[in-house]
Design a binder for this molecule. Structure first.
Ligand SMILES: Cc1cc2nc3c(=O)[nH]c(=O)nc-3n(C[C@H](O)[C@H](O)[C@H](O)COP(=O)(O)O)c2cc1C
Length: 317
């Protein structure tokens, strides 16, 4: 798969996920073979006004080969200035969030609210292209069941110069509930010439193969299926993944995070990741309790290292 002049090493990509797509999980997904790795959504205004929290989201390592930063906002000029800023210079692609369903975002005219204002959405894409990088857009199939406008919206994005689009097969009204509509994603694929990345309900190699066959999309984006499970990209792409047990992965995740973040940030952030890494495993409940009680990096690493639960082998490609 190619986005403008950039060739991806695989067409399976790791999604932007607020609170989870940190530098550690992105590095692990890239190492396992993800062709693109996205930061979580970052406020264009926050970038312009030097919000400290925003900078925390922008760390990256050499493991990530094609780096995508996702920005959100509704003011074309502010978004273009953010895209041109020094803080984003290390990213290869600028992705624009037009799918976030959260009320606070939507009531500001941002995220999935832009599905209702396609002319403004197109102006955002045209203006952000000033940054001289490929601009991509991630959106949903429509705002609600009575306005499934994703096909028209995709054409707007193509005409505005988007280099690729990602379509999440749910409406804003659905949030993350119900099943993703792969038939509708296939309609979008037929309607445009730019690469389409299909997204929604891909949790295994089998799902990846099914959604590709069903939609003929150029790429597949995986979000929740990669939480606690970066090896899914190794299973899909056949990339060698050097970690033998889940414990090896978790300890690596902690190590990468510690290179960039404060101790308290790492300890708090890793709690939710460990809950994902041990989901469904025998002894997972106790491990979660132990990790949630950790107050320092030392206690966190001890809880993980002492756990038999995380000795579960990693199935890689
Ligand atoms: C907790 C959470 C946070 C998310 N944050 C973002 C985000 O920052 N930007 C974005 O475009 N999508 C975000 N998403 C949506 C996912 O990228 C993806 O579109 C959605 O989960 C469907 O894919 P899946 O079925 O593989 O999980 C988020 C989803 C979840 C569950």
């Amino acid at each position: 798969m190619k986005i403008d002049g950039i060739t991806l090493k695989s067409d399976a990509v790791f999604a932007p996920i607020a609170g989870f797509s940190d530098v550690g999980l992105r590095a692990l997904c890239a190492e396992a073979g993800a062709g693109l790795t996205y930061t979580e959504m970052v406020s264009a205004k926050g970038l312009m006004y030097g919000n400290e929290h925003t900078e925390d989201l922008l760390h990256t390592t050499d493991k990530e080969k094609v780096r995508v930063v996702q920005i959100f906002g509704s003011d074309p000029e502010i978004m273009a200035r953010a895209a041109e800023s020094e803080a984003l210079s290390k990213f290869d692609i600028i992705d624009i969030n037009m799918g976030c369903p959260v009320k606070k975002i939507v009531s500001n005219g941002e995220g999935s609210a832009l599905l209702k204002t396609p002319s403004l959405a197109a102006e955002i894409v045209r203006t952000v292209r000033r940054a001289d990088k490929p601009v991509t857009v991630k959106f949903r199939i429509g705002f609600d069941k009575n306005s499934r406008t994703g096909v028209d919206f995709a054409r707007y994005m193509q005409d505005a110069g988007a280099a690729a689009i990602t379509v999440h097969g749910r409406t804003r009204e659905q949030f993350y509930e119900g099943t993703a509509d792969w038939d509708y994603i296939a309609e979008v694929v037929r309607a445009v010439q730019i690469p389409v990345i299909a997204n929604g309900d891909v949790n295994s190699k089998e799902d990846y193969e099914k959604i590709k066959a069903h939609t003929s999309a150029a790429g597949v984006m995986i979000a929740r299926g990669a939480l606690g499970n970066p090896q899914i990209f190794s299973q899909i792409t056949g990339t060698a993944f050097p970690y033998k047990t889940r414990k090896d992965i978790v300890l690596k995740h902690i190590e990468i995070m510690s290179a960039f973040h404060s101790e308290i940030f790492v300890v708090n952030n890793m709690k939710k990741h460990v809950a994902c890494y041990c989901k469904g495993l025998r002894g997972g409940k106790q491990l979660k309790l132990d990790v949630f009680a950790a107050k320092s990096l030392e206690e966190l690493v001890r809880a993980v290292s002492d756990s038999d639960t995380l000795d579960a082998p990693v199935i890689s490609g």
